[in-house]
Design a protein around this ligand. Structure first.
Ligand SMILES: [Ca+2]
Length: 477
């Protein structure tokens, strides 16, 4: 379940014990400019872990160490953004990023629900490898679980490479403070650890206050989406003179459906407020996406104002498809299913001077690819022996290079899916279906009988993957 490591890899020590984690913090507490001076003199080498292979990254990128901003919506569907065809919701700022950069038409979350997608994004590997295959719920036994601290996150790799790392928004990889983002490579965390909070009272689905500053609950007044934006801007301003990695996982448009001026739905002491119904949900949903879009505009504006635009990679995506309250455009299915609507989501990459404007790519990418991509952009190196499942998207983003041919897999509850080129095998319990997505994006024409041989080959590949990815893994959620 843990990253495959070389026995001589001393990076294990970074998370081997609380004591060693503290040492890692001390290392990370060194002022980054001082650290770079040391690095130039060679003195920093003794402080650096012994890294192995590099994911890539040009020497140019290494010298510059561009900053990175990952913005992720929650439950935003393929048809919920105006540049993806929404007529109901206006997202001028996401549209501007798409016009100025690359829009993906075949980008997928690793899972059709929250926690597993985040586990894959954070680790660059199939979430099955760390045992986070389902939602970590506010109620019930999974509340005590979380992503193992032994997992290596992109934040840890970038932090060790001299990046300031911040997460503002939703964590959802463990409620207990021992699984806090600051234990997983983030210097700073403000937000919530649950799957969702009331946008105003910040109370989670089990009735607990859920607004944190690092490892402590620190209440803060404000509309959740606006707070995430505000802290994101503040982080950029404070770290403008050094490389930073900002992870902004928004709540919008996940329920509860609340706009800026709507009343809280969850009140202290378990009391219930007014809950949106029917048309109120539709109205609130639109506002929730539009307020997030407004915030994205402010983040980009901050980057421009500080003249960081050409040295900042910005990526926007969703963590899974929309529920029935949103739109997945022409796709079948919703959040929670492995129909395309459950995991094919909007995604946009923006980097003036590096990514050609108005580019649309139909290449298939997954959330877990972002880890390798960020490491490549930063010119960082992976700990020896850590094998990522995701691939580096940078050559595709900046040069239009073809991604390596690969098969991609999904598994959630009783569903499994595999993609090979345009072909998708979808297994839902005893139902087995085969689609050619190039000709049939809506998954209407089942070709299982007509393409029996292909079906069998994909089934075999799926079985092999399932065996490999889960070998020896303890299921955590
Ligand atoms: Ca979600």
């Amino acid at each position: 379940m843990n990253p495959v490591r070389n026995p001589s890899d001393d990076s294990q020590d970074f998370k081997g014990s609380k004591n060693m984690r503290q040492k890692a913090r001390i290392f990370n507490g060194v002022n980054r400019r001082e650290f770079m001076k040391l690095a130039v003199s060679g003195a920093a080498a003794v402080m650096m872990p012994n890294y192995g292979c590099s994911v890539g990254g040009s020497s140019k990128a290494t010298a510059e160490r561009p900053s990175i901003i990952i913005i992720m919506a929650d439950d935003l569907g393929y048809g919920d953004v105006s540049c993806y065809g929404s007529k109901k919701i206006q997202t001028p700022n996401i549209d501007t990023l798409a016009r100025g950069g690359m829009k993906f038409t075949d980008y997928h979350s690793n899972c059709p629900v929250c926690s597993p997608t985040r586990a894959a994004l954070l680790t660059g590997r199939y979430q099955q490898r760390c045992g986070i295959e389902g939602v970590i719920y506010a109620k019930g036994p999974t509340r005590q679980t979380g992503m193992a601290l032994e997992e290596t996150t992109f934040a840890e790799v970038l932090r060790k490479h001299g990046y300031a790392t911040g997460i503002f928004g939703k964590w959802h990889l463990g409620y207990n403070v021992r699984f806090n983002p600051t234990e997983q490579g983030f210097d700073e965390f403000i937000g919530y650890v649950s799957g969702n909070v009331d946008y105003h009272s910040h109370i989670d689905g089990a009735g607990f206050d859920d607004w944190w500053k690092n490892c402590e609950k620190v209440p803060e007044e404000g509309y959740c989406t606006d707070l995430i934006t505000k802290h994101g801007i503040d982080f950029i301003e404070r770290h403008k003179d050094e490389p930073f990695c900002l992870y902004l996982p928004h709540e919008a448009p996940h329920y509860p459906y609340q706009g800026r001026d709507d009343p809280p739905e969850r009140l202290p002491g378990g009391r219930k407020g007014k809950k949106a119904k029917g048309d109120e949900i539709i109205r609130a949903y639109k506002e929730m996406v539009e307020v997030m879009d407004e915030g994205i505009g402010q983040i980009v504006e901050t980057v421009k104002r500080l003249r960081l635009e050409r040295k900042t990679f910005i990526f926007f995506c969703s963590d899974n498809g929309a529920t029935k309250n949103g739109s997945n455009g022409v796709l079948s299915g919703h959040k929670g299913s492995l129909w395309e609507g459950g995991h094919r989501v909007p995604a946009v990459a923006y980097w003036p001077g590096r990514i050609k404007p108005r580019t649309v790519t139909g290449q298939t990418a997954l959330g877990m690819d972002l880890f390798a991509t960020m490491v490549s952009i930063a010119g960082a190196k992976l700990p020896a022996g850590l094998k990522l499942d995701g691939v580096d998207l940078l050559p595709m983003l900046t040069e239009g290079a073809k991604l390596p041919k690969r098969m991609l897999f999904w598994r959630y509850r009783k569903e499994r899916a595999i993609r090979k080129g345009p072909w998708k095998l979808l297994v839902q319990g005893k139902d087995i279906r085969l689609y050619n997505l190039d000709e049939d994006l809506g998954e209407k024409k089942n070709l299982a009988e007509a393409e029996a041989e292909r079906l069998k080959a994909l089934e075999d590949e799926l079985a092999t993957w399932e065996q490999e990815v889960s070998a020896g893994v303890k299921l955590r959620a």
